[in-house]
Ligand binder design. Structure first.
Ligand code: ADP
Length: 426
């Protein structure tokens, strides 16, 4: 017959069980807090606080393996000698921390001073006596990234197996939290660098477009003046100069327009106008281009005027860019159809062509700034890859949408839509 358990034994078991449950609950709380924290310094602080609390120790440290893999550095410590410790490095081979890293399991050292692996440099450089130590590896997908150490158990008690298990459980959560926080930190850094580059690009565009405008104005003015008194031969040559200067002005205008879109300071000059008029004017302005290429341009719009409230110049700019592209990317004798319609409180404008078409992969990119389907150096057509980005910017300002449907080799249809009565107020 089995001996009856003593009441005192039972009480001890119940107390131990209650203690374990409380510790597991605490670990759960800690891991929930860690999962929601992405600031690296805060993550490390939380881990250390939890490590010393769970193991009832004086201090704790987190050492991480450096890029070379040959040294560990103090990423965080709750030791009062923090400032000195944070400058120290510990060799990955031969040191206590290094041994824990390689062993990949908890290690207890009851008398640190007597352990030959103890890196005495640490205690010498700081005014602190390491006595007992419990260290566990920080493992991430089977790889050790560092070590979590708890030092000097209160009351000089030895570390128990539970201490090791608790610290291992914490270390598993900690390693993931550290990686997440490191990822967020590098993402933020990359984002900051991207913003700086973007700012540089904007500054360059602002300066370049400003500086190019004045001399170009002079070239255009003088060439036009000289043309008035020139002989027939010279007129032809001056026309070439004028055409080239006008193309340059178009490119500079693109840069200026893009800058306005990017800065978000562009204001809308809302006015009422008829969409059919705006389409007619845009087509008229590009007549030389499509007649030279013998392209047919047809307009299909309702007979009743489509009256809209919008910034006419900006809507015209968007339309102009779409038409320009349709002419540019459609071969001689091709067909370009412009249509407009009203539906559900918005107007839609479509520009369809029988040109080169755009692959599905490129369709998702062409509205990005400076994106061109053909490589820059070998492309047949001029342009900076800004026309569609500007068109999108202009339509976005009106609270509208712009999109493209296309089949490679058959043609494209670009469309935009915006509220008929002007942008909706927020
Ligand atoms: P770009 O100044 O190069 O015309 P855009 O931003 O206007 O710049 O257009 C981006 C790219 O989208 C063009 O380089 C071209 O490859 C493609 N694209 C735009 N419109 C058309 C079209 N109607 N047909 C075929 N490809 C087009």
């Amino acid at each position: 017959m089995e001996p009856k358990p003593q009441t005192s034994d039972l009480r001890r078991s119940v107390t131990a069980l209650a203690q374990q449950t409380a510790q597991l609950k605490r670990i759960l709380e800690i891991s929930q807090t860690l999962a929601g924290t992405f600031d690296l310094a805060e993550v490390l602080r939380l881990i250390l606080a939890a490590a010393t609390e769970l193991t009832d120790t004086e201090t704790g440290s987190i050492l991480l393996l450096d890029q070379s893999g040959s040294e560990l550095y103090f990423a965080a410590t709750s030791s009062p000698q923090r400032d000195q410790l944070m400058q120290l490095r510990v060799p990955a081979v031969g040191s206590l921390a290094g041994s824990i890293l390689v062993a990949g399991k908890p290690m207890v050292v009851e008398d640190v001073q007597r352990d030959p692996r103890h890196y005495v440099g640490v205690d010498q450089k700081i005014d602190f006596q390491s006595r007992s130590l419990l260290g566990v590896p920080l493992m991430l997908r089977d790889k050790s990234i560092g070590v979590l150490e708890a030092l000097n158990k209160h009351g000089g008690e030895p570390f128990s197996d539970e201490d090791g298990q608790l610290l291992m459980t914490l270390a598993a959560q900690a390693a993931v939290a550290i990686e997440n926080a490191q990822l967020v930190t590098s993402l933020k850094k990359a984002y900051r660098q991207l913003n700086e580059i973007d700012q540089l690009k904007s500054d360059f565009i602002a300066i370049a477009s400003h500086e190019l405008r004045s001399p170009l104005g002079l070239i255009l003015g003088y060439a036009a003046m000289l043309k008035e008194d020139a002989s027939t031969d010279t007129v032809q040559q001056l026309d070439v100069v004028l055409q080239a200067a006008l193309r340059l002005r178009g490119l500079i205008d693109d840069m200026v327009n893009l800058q306005q879109v990017g800065e978000g300071r562009t204001k809308l000059n809302l006015e009422e106008f008829t969409l059919q008029d705006a389409i007619q004017s845009a087509v008229q302005a590009l007549k030389d281009l499509f007649t030279t290429k013998e392209q047919a341009v047809v307009i299909d719009a309702p007979s009743q005027p489509l009256r809209v409230k919008a910034d006419r110049a900006k809507i015209t700019l968007a339309l102009n860019n779409l038409l320009n592209n349709a002419i540019k990317f459609t071969p001689r004798e091709g067909r370009i159809a412009i249509s407009a319609e009203e539906s559900n409180g918005e107007v839609q404008v479509h520009v369809a062509d029988t040109g080169a078409g755009i692959s599905e992969a490129d369709q998702s990119m062409i509205f990005d700034q400076f994106y061109q389907v053909e490589p820059h150096l070998t492309r047949k057509h001029g342009g900076l890859g800004l026309g569609l980005a500007i068109a999108k910017g202009m339509i976005d300002l009106h609270g509208g949408r712009i999109w493209c449907e296309s089949v490679l080799g058959y043609g494209s249809r670009f469309s935009f839509a915006f509220p008929i009565g002007g942008p909706k107020q927020n």
